[in-house]
Design a protein around this ligand. Sequence first.
Ligand SMILES: Nc1ncnc2c1ncn2[C@@H]1O[C@H](COP(=O)(O)OP(=O)(O)OP(=O)(O)O)[C@@H](O)[C@H]1O
Length: 683
Amino acid sequence: METENRNCALGLHHYLKIILKFQSSTGMFGCRCASGIRGVKCVLSFSVLIGTDAWVLFITCRPVVKQVQEKVFTSDAFHELDLHPHLISTINTVLNMTSMTSVQKQSIPALLEGRDALVRSQTGSGKTLAYCIPVVQSLQAMKPKIQRSDGPYALVLVPTRELALQSFDTVQKLLKPFTWIVPGVLMGGEKRKSEKARLRKGINILISTPGRLVDHIKSTKNIHFCRIRWLILDEADRILDLGFEKDITVILNALNAECQKRQNVLLSATLTEGVTWLAGISLLSPVRISVLDEHHGQSDLKGRAVPEASPLPACGELDSFAIPESLDQHVTLVPSKLRLVTLAAFILQKCKFEKDQKMLVFFSSCELVEFHYHLFLQTLPSCSGTLASGRPPSASTQLKFLRLHGNMAQEERTAVFQEFSHCETGILLCTDVAARGLDLPQVTWIVQYNAPSSPAEYIHRIGRTARIGCHGSSLLILAPSEAEYVNSLASHKINISEIKMEDILSVLTRDDCFKRSRWGSQKSRASGPQEIRERATVLQTVFEDYVHSNERRVSWAKKALQAFIRAYATYPRELKHIFHVRSLHLGHVAKSFGLRDAPQKLSVTAVKRRKANLNRPDLHKKSHSTHHRLAEILRSEYSSGMEAGIAKVEKQNKHAEPGSQPRIAVCSRCPALAVGKTKKHFP
Ligand SMILES: Nc1ncnc2c1ncn2[C@@H]1O[C@H](COP(=O)(O)OP(=O)(O)OP(=O)(O)O)[C@@H](O)[C@H]1O
């Protein structure tokens, strides 16, 4: 009997309500208790599932917290602002927008007054236009008229290439009536030569990833900042998380050397402590704009931002985050050996048996994305051929898988980003490269297969849905031993409700290809929970048969498993008590990679040994930063495309022993560029 018993942080003696129930459809016996202690409502539930070969007992204590909410829209129209009439008509007709969002209503007038600003508002609330409109308004009004050859007047820094492309697209649309102002994007992945040529011709609004810009500052003579009027750091906290501090310092020094007077703006949905440092070195007497403040009655905003003596975010802002009201968040607790089938069943449930669903599934590393992408692509469409009703699946229910991560060639990355943006349904498997800022239309579900390393990342990942007032849902998949993570999120005012694993798996009864009879000689007469279990076993067997059909696939699965363990070892200290490699059952985790047994040579010991080295005092200083970088590499996969760094790793990997571990390059200048190489194609 396997038990998972999480400590309940809240006392058990204040229960108000106890509900005992037996669910006949699933054979689950459950108990639910609701309590109100110290203003925090707590729901404790336990359920027992008789699994294929084990009893699984879950006891979870889920605190119910009141989430912080912001109002997205205001009733104020753009034409009420003092903007150029052509700019207003472009917003109205090209962008099809009339009313301002709350963050736009506060930011645009403050920025037009010439103030530096620190802007925070929830994901999908329109922060891009909140800075783009004032930039375009101020630049079009400049006399004499801006010339292309003048070079950059505004510099926008963003953490990823996709976000750079997206912001460029918005700026380009706003500039339609002002053809003399030229926007441009630098984002790596493109030949440096052609970027240099574009810089030489002149770019007035320059959008770039930090690493790429530093590359040009150091190697391109054609880049001058003497006319810079605006510096925008979008996703400011992420830019720092990625270890771009050095790059930001190089950029700020380059700007300061040539121009002193400019407006600086930092924006994000989550302001973390690192932003304090950045605000300190880049903002001058800033206004702090937070839609949250207005709602909490902390200021007399009336549509205006309140100047603050200190640019620092208020204490509560670092701890709790606003989440779109129309976003339903869920969690499901799944034992490791059932993780893969549960994810597959959830994808089938939403994207095959429901209409018009568009889903993002987040993984912790490139290797995991590659593995699951190829596995699902090869197995799921052929699996789900016959509906329980006997009808063949219609064309609209065909599964469309795409993947996006920092280890893909830029051309492919851009193509996938465009394709997923424009398609109506589909499943995008991705790393955190897609977590920030991306505005992918009509995404209905966000699945987090590997838990994020911080509440801020959780917020940004789920923020890819329920944008600008639309409805969306999210699902976080946790192992029973990780259930406490829900409490950790609750302490940041993030409220998640539970979906039972067996409710997800029950979708397998809707597709006859998961009937045991197809593989076994005896026709299955099972029903209810037993049938669900049998069908889950059939699906698991499909994955295992595929993986074990040749040696290369087995080795691929082992490498993916290894990547998972490496990533697991990099959770930050404050989450280590929840996510610790020691608590992983390797045999069960191996099942979630389609492996029948835990690989012999793979053990947690190697990770432990490496950790022991990290703790050695003599190595501590150096190792700490290496460890930090490794964590970033494995958890983020944001590459800004400095080919030099990647090419070096490619070369090293080329000469590596066949079958040896892919090398992880830690580029000293930019850890985000350090990637573990994976083969591009699943064998
Ligand atoms: N005033 C408006 N009216 C209608 N739609 C708007 C308005 N402003 C922005 N939008 C749309 O809302 C969506 C989200 O905007 P945007 O990407 O700027 O959000 P964000 O706050 O930057 O999100 P994130 O924090 O995730 O980066 C975009 O599709 C944008 O076109």
